[in-house]
Design a protein around this ligand. Structure first.
Ligand SMILES: [Fe+2]
Length: 474
């Protein structure tokens, strides 16, 4: 039986198709429409999904009536009901947080775990704790709007003149340049008080009544990151206490905070964060909830298919010659990070490469670039004893002087680890580069035109090549 998962009218629309536990397709609307965080799905995306087969049922993300009541009672933006439908098919809607939980648990390798979902808000829920046992998922704790980890983080994103619900990751990067102690107390006072159910953003967080100088922005970012991490650990300790589980599944937009995620290894034996933990991952979550059992998770390369073998030799040759290459091959990543199939790869040893890549990407100079490293070498180069195949953890670099272009101002890197079994093509690239240079890693950043989503199809490749007068290896 094929189930089509639909996430529409929530930021980051997406479509997924599964068949008896196999994930046939999962793709983001924005990659097809070129509208960042597109709220609506489009014909090209739907046609791409349906090229893998006709569905027997439709699973929708979010309960429309519940969402409508929230919009009516509490306000908020957006539609309450998806537009997409196929007449005659059975259909079912699944709650926002339940879909997040299902996307995480049913793609995880666990049969026994606590599932924590933290985001800005679902229909009403903002923070939930679930228990996964076998194929069953049970709710254990919930917290509703307006008390919210995600809203806390987004409110400060707005305060420092970034785009809320979109540029939280920039604020996270800015934190490394700030002094967290300067604003910690003030920022912590704004943190929603879980026990008193008190929420005080409306007391004026969007207008703090002070002139925010450039250094203040970095100091506030640092304080927000510190408060967030401290409060996250409190919440996770509670989740562990009330469920008594050693494995964690972490989902919701907050699970994209790679700096804070690293601390979670202090609390749990094993952690699974699906590579698309935010709303864009929830079309798969809704489909998985409909199926109600574990999916056969292999890798996040589930979107548009450019075909072809991984171009190992061309990539290594190009990097050794020019320092930087653009790569687009195989299926697009399902998730916000470029993990090698729509990537710019570069030599991490060259200190000037960061500026060169920044020039192509036209982005703020303070923003860091991430390394992709052979998994077997990761603990020699970074302070980590776990794998990070989807670039979800930020750790200290142990030899920053050898790979200056992938180390952030605070000496850390957001690492992607690659092993031979799960990602043979990219692993071979790294291994060849290692044999030539003694360095088992490359710089990896997303391949996109500034301000646009990741490249998707052949047409995007042509546009990119024309704009930058450079070749995309495929
Ligand atoms: Fe969400």
């Amino acid at each position: 039986m094929k189930i089509l998962g639909i996430n529409e009218t929530s930021h980051d629309a997406s479509v997924s198709l599964i068949e008896d536990g196999k994930i046939l397709f999962a793709g983001h609307a924005e990659r097809y429409s070129k509208k960042k965080n597109d709220w609506y799905i489009n014909d090209s995306l739907v046609n791409d999904a349906l090229s893998y087969g006709q569905p027997d049922a439709i699973a929708y993300y979010e309960k429309p009536l519940l969402k409508a009541s929230r919009l009516f009672l509490k306000g908020g933006a957006g539609d309450w009901k998806p537009r997409f439908n196929i007449d005659g098919l059975p259909r079912k809607s699944f709650g926002h947080h339940y879909s997040h939980a299902a996307a995480g648990y049913y793609t995880s390798p666990f049969n026994d775990a606590v599932i924590v979902v933290l985001d800005a808000m679902g229909e009403y829920n903002t923070s939930t704790i679930w228990v996964g046992e076998g194929d069953k998922i049970k709710l254990k704790h919930k917290q509703n709007y307006p008390v919210s980890f995600g809203l806390f983080y987004s409110a400060f994103t707005k305060l420092i003149n970034l785009m809320p619900n979109q540029e939280e990751y920039i604020m996270m990067g800015m934190a490394a340049y700030g002094d967290w102690k300067r604003y910690y107390k003030e920022v912590d006072e704004y943190f929603p008080n879980y026990h008193a159910q008190k929420y005080n953003f409306h007391m004026g967080i969007h207008d703090w009544g002070m002139e925010i100088a450039e250094q203040d922005r970095f100091d506030i970012a640092a304080a927000v990151q510190m408060v967030y991490t401290t409060r996250l650990m409190e919440f996770m300790r509670m989740a562990k206490l009330i469920t008594n589980k050693k494995n964690l599944v972490f989902m919701g937009g907050c699970a994209l905070n790679s700096s804070a995620n690293t601390s979670l290894w202090k609390l749990f034996d094993m952690i699974w964060i699906m590579p698309n933990p935010g709303d864009a991952g929830s079309s798969l979550g809704a489909a998985a909830a409909f199926y109600g059992k574990h999916l056969d998770w292999k890798d996040p390369y589930l979107g548009y298919d450019l075909g072809g073998e991984y171009p190992v030799n061309e990539i290594v040759k190009g990097i050794l010659k020019d320092g930087i290459v653009a790569v687009a091959t195989g299926r697009a990543e399902y998730g916000p990070r470029a993990l090698g199939n729509r990537s710019i790869l570069a030599d991490p040893r060259d200190p000037s490469i960061k500026d060169k890549v920044n020039l192509i990407k036209q982005r703020e100079l303070f923003r860091p670039f991430a390394p992709v490293i052979m998994e077997e070498c990761a603990s020699k180069w970074f302070d980590m004893d776990f794998a990070s195949p989807y670039m979800q953890y930020t750790v200290k670099c142990l030899k920053p002087e050898l790979v200056p272009s992938v180390v952030h101002a605070d000496g850390t890197s957001r690492v992607q680890t690659v092993n031979r079994k799960d990602n043979r093509g990219l692993w071979r690239v790294l291994n060849k580069f290692y044999l030539q240079t003694g360095v088992p890693m490359l710089l990896n950043t997303s391949l996109n035109i500034k301000g646009q989503p990741l490249l998707n199809d052949e047409n995007d490749i042509r546009n990119w090549e024309a704009m930058y007068n450079a070749k995309v290896i495929r």
